[in-house]
Design a protein around this ligand. Sequence first.
Ligand SMILES: [Zn+2]
Length: 305
Amino acid sequence: MDIKWVPLVGKTGYILAAGALIPTYILNDREIVLVDSGLHYDPGLVSFIRAVGVSVYAVLQTHLHEDHVANNRILINRFGTRIIADAKEVEMVHSASNLRRDWRELRPETKDKYLRTYSYKIESIEDGQEEIVLRGIPFKIVPLYGHSEGHLGYVTPDGVLCTGDAILSPAMAQYSKMPYFEDIGKAIESLNRLLQTDYPYYALAHMEIIEKRDMPGLVKKNLALLERIHVEMLELINDPVTLDELVSSVMYGLGIRFGNETRNAYLKTTISSRVKYLVETGRLRRIEEDGVIRYGKVQRSIYGE
Ligand SMILES: [Zn+2]
């Protein structure tokens, strides 16, 4: 793929490289900022940036999933790039004891490999911090938790909100069977927060830019997808089931492939976040018997309460 820089508005644009649409901002005539660094390692990204004659001053991370950090190490090595993310995300990838629960159960070698991906300095954005100033230029921070614990959106000085994975693009909202979210309640809050924002452009993580007028429709599509998955999950529950039983019936029932150890951990996390949400919203109940936790459907009487 030929790498190119596409201008969007003012000093904001994007680079199509590393399997992603990487938002960029021109800080000055020598330095640019990236939002996330791509889906996979792509040496062409650095060559391209060098050929243009600039260096990458910083990467603002929407979150620290592997498909958003893939070129951080090469950027640090070539340009001394600053990597910046929410403090909660940094804590999680910098110590085995802070990994999410499903990850702590992984084999030690899988865990080590995962942690090694992040073995470089990452600067923290603290809770409540509203902006980050780079070379005197402020970028607004919009908390968009839910996809991951410390997921953030960033607004460039030209008014482009980079949403990361807080909202699925139209194509993803159409075809995704089990989009990843760690906290469904917070994800829904974030979708509604996006509705309240008023920016001319939104850069979505996976290959799309949308305008303000399309945001209400896209939020509606995302909410509908989340609800459709809830309904499908409930349809799979007859007698109360354990989480592991539910995970396997959801995988078969919704036609989701089992994958390697890490993919399965992601799937388990996101299915359990949906179970938690269904319990919180009164559609599933948690039954603890002899130390075993099961989830059963809450039967609604057809005669009313
Ligand atoms: Zn992600």
